[in-house]
Each structure stands twice: as C-alpha cells, then as structure tokens.
Design a protein around this ligand. Structure first.
Ligand code: GRF
Length: 208
C-alpha cells in the first residue's frame, strides 16, 4: 500500500505512523501550510513532501483538484488525514471514498468540529477520547472504525486532555492504518468490514 499523509500542523500522528514501521509505505506528506512542523518530520524520515497552499487557489474545488493530482502522481492507495485542517469538497471525497481516513479528537458522533477538549469540559462529560473514521463528504460523520476513550478527571484542563487524547491517538492510528494495509479492514457498500465481518460499532480501546 502506498500511503499519503495530509497534515497542517505539528504532525505528532504522522510521527507515530512513521515510527510504527507499517507494512505500507508512506510515499508522500502533503501540507497546506509551508511552516507545518510535520513537513520537517517527513524530511527527517526521507519522505517526499508537497506544499499546496489553499491560499493560492480561488476556491476549494481547484485546491482539492491540485491535491488530487499530487496524490495520483505519488500513485497513492491510501490517504491518511492527520491534523489536516481544511474541509474537503464532496468531489474530492468521492474520489477517495473507502481509501481515506481521519482521526478526530472526540468520541464521535459527539463533538464534531473544533475545540473538542474545551467543549467536553464545558459540558462536564466524564468520558472523552478519539475516533478513527472513514471520510465522507459530511464533516466528521464517516463510518467509525475505532475509538480510544479516557476518563476526564476533576483537575483536567483542555491542555491536559489534548495531551492524553494525543497519547491515545498515537496508539490507535497506526493500528488502524496497518489493518488497512493488511486488507483486514475495508469499506464495502458503505459498511466497514473488519476481519471478514461487518463492524457495526467502532472497536474500543481505553487508556492503553
Ligand atoms: C489531532 O488531535 C487529531 O485528532 C486532529 O488534529 C490533531 C493533530 O495533531 N485531527 P498532530 O498534528 O498529529 O500532532
């Protein structure tokens, strides 16, 4: 499997994927931000990089088309979103349906969108975590594959939750990507298939 990772920022999830020594090969890291630290991480690991700034395009369609061309040029089989902070057009998503996953810092379907840690604290939830899901045109709404959960403690802050959720993410994301690489996991007729059976609920992990 030839893998591309799409990033916008720090890239700690990219690092976890690099360190995991997947059976697939990360052939390219694409960022919409030239100064993303994730790009430094990719270069350090001798992975090809591409900067495609959304600001250089008049609309989302043309930006996404440029990204698609880069992915095709890299001959990519799998697209991994790892802190990629742009909303994707439905055209682009359709082209990569079943081949593109994302990791989101909440127990979806709760807390789609941004600032999940603070919103969890504001609500007073005692359970929080992250979700890996296939990407569909609707934001953070694709078929869930795996979730990592943790207890929210009385002294937790948005910062401490972010750290704990990241720790979970670095464990779960490489696992899921490896399942895709090995063919254990795929999407068929909009249903997640895991180990030859339909997966109706995400696989759950807690505080690894
Ligand atoms: C992660 O929390 C991920 O869930 C969200 O963006 C963050 C990316 O962090 N989609 P990093 O850039 O991988 O460190």
């Amino acid at each position: 499997m030839r893998i591309a990772v799409l990033v916008s920022g720090n890239g700690s999830n990219l690092q976890a994927l690099i360190d995991a020594k997947l059976s697939g090969k990360i052939v390219g890291v694409l960022s919409n931000k030239a100064n993303a630290f994730a790009i430094d991480r990719a270069k350090q690991a001798n992975i090809s990089t591409a900067i495609i700034s959304h600001q250089d395009f008049p609309d989302r369609e043309s930006f996404d088309e440029q990204m698609h061309e880069q992915l095709i040029a890299w001959e990519v089989d799998l697209v991994i979103l790892a802190g990629f902070m742009r909303i994707l057009t439905s055209n682009f998503v359709k082209k990569w349906q079943g081949k593109m996953i994302n990791i989101h810092p909440s127990l979806l379907p709760a807390y789609k969108g941004m600032h999940t840690h603070q919103r969890v604290l504001n609500t007073g939830d005692t359970l929080h975590g992250c979700t890996v899901h296939f990407v569909t045109a609707e934001l953070d709404a694709g078929q869930a594959i795996a979730q990592g959960s943790l207890q929210v403690l009385a002294h937790d802050t948005a910062h401490s939750l972010a750290q704990k959720v990241h720790h979970l993410e670095h464990f779960i994301y490489p696992l899921v990507v490896e399942w895709l690489c090995s063919g254990q996991l795929y999407l068929k007729n909009n249903t997640v298939i895991f180990n030859a059976s339909p997966l109706y609920r995400p696989l759950c992990f807690s505080n690894p």
